[in-house]
Design a protein around this ligand. Sequence first.
Ligand SMILES: *Cc1c(COP(=O)(O)O)cnc(C)c1O
Length: 509
Amino acid sequence: MKRDGVRTLYELSRPGRCGVELPTCDVPETPLAEELVRADNGLPSVSQLDVVRHYQALSQRNFGVDSGFYPLGSCTMKYNPKVNEVVARLPGFTDVHPLQEPDTVPGCLSLMYRLQNWLSELAGLAATSLQPAAGAQGELTALLMMRAYFDDRGDSGRTQVLIPDSAHGTNPASTSMAGLHVLQLPSDERGNVDLGALRAACDDTVLGLMITNPNTLGLFEEQILEVVQLVHDCGGLVYGDGANMNALAGVVRPGDLGIDVMHYNLHKTFSTPHGGGGPGSGPVSASAELAPYLPGPVVAQADTRTDDGSDNESGGPVASGEDELVLITPARSIGPMCAYHGSFGMLVRAYAYIRAHGAEGLRQNSLHAVLNANTLRVLLDDTFPTAYPRACMHELVVSGHLEGSDVRALDISKRLIDHGFHPPTNYFPLIVAEALMIEPTETESRETLEAFVQAMKDIAREAVAQPELLTAAPHSAPVSRLDEVRAARHPILREPTPPSDDPSDDVQE
Ligand SMILES: *Cc1c(COP(=O)(O)O)cnc(C)c1O
């Protein structure tokens, strides 16, 4: 397979070439059983330098936050401080086993305990479980908790989940996965939940509402208090999709708005790495009423342990008196959502990030994220106006439709690659035609934002004067337009090897 300039190790292979020289064997040789030895495995024969150059070249084909501006809306591709990685690699964290006796890993328990408390405090909620391994798994967790809560009260007729049309696609997906029904709510002309439609939908079949605030238009729900009240009045619960906490952390506590349960995306707001299928982390925070249903284990103080998961009334960071930490399962727990303690390495990184910034630092980050998005909004407004003309939060959604041109949002995005930028999110949310969803994050400088605006304006001019520059873009990338559906459905995940009779060779890893 040709990889546009990067030759495969099989192409580089020369018979007899070798990358390592093994030391002389100083122990008795034990021959392997015949059936374990294969001569026809077709491994390439290459030098160390061939291997280093091959992988170095491939790594440089990657576009990441460390290589350039990555305004992929909704994903919060902010800079991950390198100190997080240093901390996550400390042997005390990497060399432990999840099945070790808890009293042999007091440091790990302490880290989890503090992180639980900090997330509870930022949420304005009673307790937190660090278990869920992604935002979407946090959503499913919360829905299962809500259902268990009503089942315990003998109120099992609640099967409807209200979801605004500005919600992230994972919300309806999680709802179906939990065996519940989605009832979609329209947005009003300001991009808020339509209160009339909400009022009409609220009855005793409603399990709850899933609300993202700021919503995926990047807009703060202006009537959030009325929205929450309407749902509570019909007996339902309110779930907050906290993936967009990058706009709110340290400024607004969802619990104060009446949210009963929410998830965080540590791999967005708290700067742990994401993308490429790496591990996520989607802790769930809940009110005192829902805390007993949290997935376990959670970390609690041995002396104050109440077995209902709501032992941290103070909610604040605990500096001392935490030497007797234990793992407990909350009293009415829905059970574990994944193996052991969630994505522990991500917890370490988020811990390091919160410690490094402190409360005031987190608040400043939120304010700067909102400032950066509004800077882009104002600078882009004459060329790419937002779909709903009002101040945005941490991201903005503009239309890629340009007067006098029929290029599409996708063409603009592909052309941005030639200008050295990662494209924004395309065609999402669905309620904006030719949507381009742009999230700059607080970690970008004014100069970067201005350079991006310049590129967008240059592209808008090209779209009219030379549209083929856009429709055939990118011109600078090693590969141009990919068949993304085929790439997802039929991935080729390994080097083609010389033909073999062994049928197991056809298995794709
Ligand atoms: C990213 C995101 C999610 C899903 O999080 P994953 O970790 O990707 O599962 C849910 N809701 C919103 C608003 C998001 O931006």
